[in-house]
Design a protein around this ligand. Structure first.
Ligand SMILES: *Cc1c(COP(=O)(O)O)cnc(C)c1O
Length: 483
């Protein structure tokens, strides 16, 4: 292949991908939200024997788009309310394309100086939006899972270091004990991260929560009164079901008194700090030792994009570095991103975060957070105002999350579970919107999360109509299986 051929092939493939991507984006408002193809169909479409001979790149790009289409979820669109996701604001999506084309390795400054500096700047901007103290260290991770992994590794380093143990050098066998305390409602990725860190998924003390899933400060006080050394404590800013916040000021006081390390998992909820009208919800968060936030959730940056922050750069560095165990700043002050995450070579995630924050600005992020919270309240009000359909909002809608239950006329819990799953299945099959199911306090519920930048009041109203339709259809006996 000569340069001219390579240049033409690249240009043609990018031009076709751009057309296809723009058609996808333009179709998001009206596209059916759930995919239509079954797993068998997708395996047939995308499968086949290993290609023996290559083909023209444009043909491959077109084949991918055509064959994947029926299995694509309109998750970046305006009526996807599943899990807690987000879309991609235009500048962030476009910056992500550029990051792909530039193909910078964000492992080391020398491999991609602009990538490294964009992380530095975007990390500081994000920390300021989130109300974190000046001088926090930052790492750009794949998501909240690895952000919490990184934060908890930093806490493990610091607590064991204070007990005279070098965990990176000597491992955990024979190490002093570190009590680990999490709320009953900790996100599943917290025990998963603890498991990967050798601290055990189940070797934790779980603290009771209240009716909204908030850690009870009095219960935490009891737990910490029973431990004789500094503990690693994980609190939550934004319960994945209710959106509720742990009482962070009280928790921070208790962990300070214990001498432990406080981690706050604020994957989506920490962004509430960017909205002056909701900042009070995260009061006290700034006093923690480490924080998790996802850019690919409420900031609406495309996947994959998580953020970890710590107030202890030396511990963070020691836990993650591939280089010297002791933190030495480069002569020119350059920042090597690989010192702050559990990866070496990787894509330059910082560009898209930089672009999202620059294009939205402080007021744009605040507006997006505030607007989606208002739309969640509109959802809840619309569901409350549907008499006779047995619809019940289960949570206090303090943020962007709404939990909905579809009771059975018999009043029986199991029948209500079945009806709730039936309604969720019917809503998903209808395709106007998408919301998933969850367990809340032993009962099935539909979880609606308004996190996407494209959602409007009209989208909420259309979605409410789809939910009412499904609730009328699934009166007593579910006509669809669990969703
Ligand atoms: C989404 C979420 C996670 C996991 O985030 P990923 O980005 O999927 O790794 C962790 N904690 C909370 C509270 C979340 O909402």
């Amino acid at each position: 292949m000569d340069h001219e051929t390579a240049r033409r092939a690249t240009d043609a493939a990018l031009a076709r991908a751009s057309e296809l991507a723009r058609a996808w984006a333009a179709g998001l408002d009206e596209r059916r939200v759930s995919p239509v193809a079954s797993v068998t169909e997708l395996r047939a479409r995308l499968g086949g024997p290993l290609p023996e001979r290559g083909e023209d790149p444009v043909t491959t790009v077109e084949a991918l788009a055509a064959r994947a289409d029926a299995g694509l979820v309109a998750a970046p669109g305006p009526r996807y309310f599943g899990f807690v996701t987000g879309g991609g604001v235009p500048a962030a999506l476009a910056a992500d394309w550029l990051a792909g084309a530039w193909d910078q390795n964000a492992a080391m400054h020398v491999m991609g100086p602009a990538a490294s500096v964009a992380e530095e700047v975007a990390g500081a901007w994000a920390a300021e939006l989130l109300g974190l103290p000046a001088g926090v260290s930052v790492g750009f991770t794949t998501g909240a899972t690895m952000a919490s992994f990184t934060a908890l590794a930093s806490g493990r380093h610091a607590l064991l270091g204070r007990a005279g143990w070098d965990v990176e050098r000597d491992g955990l066998f024979g190490a002093p004990d570190v009590p680990v305390v999490v709320g009953e409602e900790a996100h599943v990725t917290i025990p998963a991260a603890l498991g990967m860190l050798g601290m055990g998924r189940d070797r934790v003390t779980r603290v009771a929560t209240d009716g909204q899933g908030r850690m009870r400060a009095d219960a935490l006080a009891d737990v910490l009164a029973g431990v004789d050394r500094p503990a690693l404590v994980c609190a939550q800013a934004g319960n994945v079901n209710t959106g509720a916040f742990d009482p962070l000021p009280e928790i921070a006081d208790l962990v300070r008194a214990n001498g432990g390390w406080l981690h706050v998992d604020g994957a989506f909820g920490l962004w509430a700090a960017a909205d002056p009208a909701r900042r009070h919800l995260v009061a006290g968060a700034g006093r923690a030792d480490s924080w998790t936030a996802d850019s690919h959730k409420w900031l609406n940056v495309p996947y994959d994009s998580g953020l970890v922050f710590t107030a202890h750069p030396a511990a963070h560095h020691a836990a993650m570095t591939l280089g010297a165990a002791y933190y030495v700043e480069a002569a020119g002050g350059e920042r090597d991103p690989y010192n702050w995450v559990a990866e070496s070579s990787r894509r330059a995630r910082g560009f898209a975060v930089w672009a999202a924050i620059r294009s939205l600005g402080r007021d744009g992020v605040a507006e997006m957070v505030g607007r989606t919270c208002d739309l969640a309240r509109r959802f809840a009000a619309g569901l409350d105002a549907a008499p006779g359909l047995g619809i019940r909002v289960l949570n206090e809608v303090v943020l962007n999350q709404v939990l909905v239950r579809f009771d059975d006329p018999s009043g029986e819990a199991a029948a209500g579970d079945a009806r709730t799953d039936g309604v969720i299945g019917a809503v998903q099959a209808d395709g106007t919107m998408w919301a998933g199911g969850t367990m809340w306090r032993g009962q099935r519920a539909m979880r609606i999360s308004v996190s996407g930048w494209r959602t409007t009041a009209d989208d909420v109203d259309r979605s409410l109509e789809a939910i009412r339709r499904a609730a009328r259809e699934v009166r007593t006996r579910p006509s669809h299986g669990p969703g």
